[in-house]
Design a protein around this ligand. Structure first.
Ligand code: AMP
Length: 217
């Protein structure tokens, strides 16, 4: 399926989970700028150390860094399959640049899918998230708690909170979303790109079903 789409929504809406499932289902590629940045932080690259301080403060990484990531990706082999943009674009200059890059490659956007979840749920999803440093399993202390506190059920590894999931940082990430990213919906409306709203406040498989139905239409 060669449909490029933007998975849009606040942090904690489920973009990462749903994007990965959709990529798998349709044989598409998922470009998560957050994952690329976290990987750079782990590997200790120059980009990673520049990005880390913004990420830990819940702020956006500068547009030039993000645009470099996206340009490299779209110029690579990835262009042969549909791309699901997860966590990108987040600012108006990023959206304009994406339009330009896709236009050059002659790839019209299938649309923007907005995952809607209310703030109280978002805060629980993010601040409750714990991941295993050893095997990568993910839990949530409110919805999917591990059997023993802070210990992974699968491998007994230690569970940790992502630095940007600390309560104060979560609040800042939501503010940044409302201030800088949410207004992009208007930009896409103005550009006549189809916008689809999906209720992200359901079980993972119910959201997935809604998304698949929408994309197959
Ligand atoms: P995410 O995993 O998408 O929530 O991203 C985690 C963090 O990475 C964000 O809070 C930002 O600091 C940074 N980040 C990811 N994608 C972008 C982007 N498109 N523009 C700016 N910063 C980003």
């Amino acid at each position: 399926m060669k449909k490029d789409l933007i998975l849009f929504g606040p942090p904690g809406a489920g973009k990462g989970t749903q994007g990965a499932l959709l990529a798998d289902h349709f044989g598409m590629l998922r470009l998560s700028t957050g994952d690329v940045l976290r990987d750079a932080v782990r590997r200790g690259t120059t980009m990673g150390s520049e990005a880390q301080r913004y990420m830990n403060a819940g702020e956006l990484v500068p547009d030039e860094v993000i645009l470099g990531i996206v340009r490299d990706y779209l110029n690579g082999e990835a262009v042969n399959a549909g791309v699901i943009c997860d966590g990108f674009p987040r600012t108006l200059p990023q959206a304009r640049k994406l339009n330009h890059l896709l236009g050059e490659l002659n790839r019209p956007l299938f649309g923007v899918i907005v995952l809607r979840v209310d703030d109280e749920m978002l805060i629980k999803r993010l601040s409750g998230r714990r991941s295993c440093g050893a095997c990568g399993a993910v839990y949530n202390v409110y919805f999917e708690p591990p059997r023993a506190e802070n210990v992974c059920d699968s491998c007994s590894g230690p569970l940790t909170l992502r630095p940007d999931d600390e309560a104060a940082t979560v609040r800042r990430r939501l503010e940044v979303y409302n201030e800088q990213t949410a207004p992009l919906v208007e930009y896409y409306e103005g550009a006549s790109v189809p916008i689809h709203h999906v209720n992200g406040d359901q079980a993972v498989d119910a959201v997935q079903r809604d998304l698949i139905t929408l994309i197959e239409k």
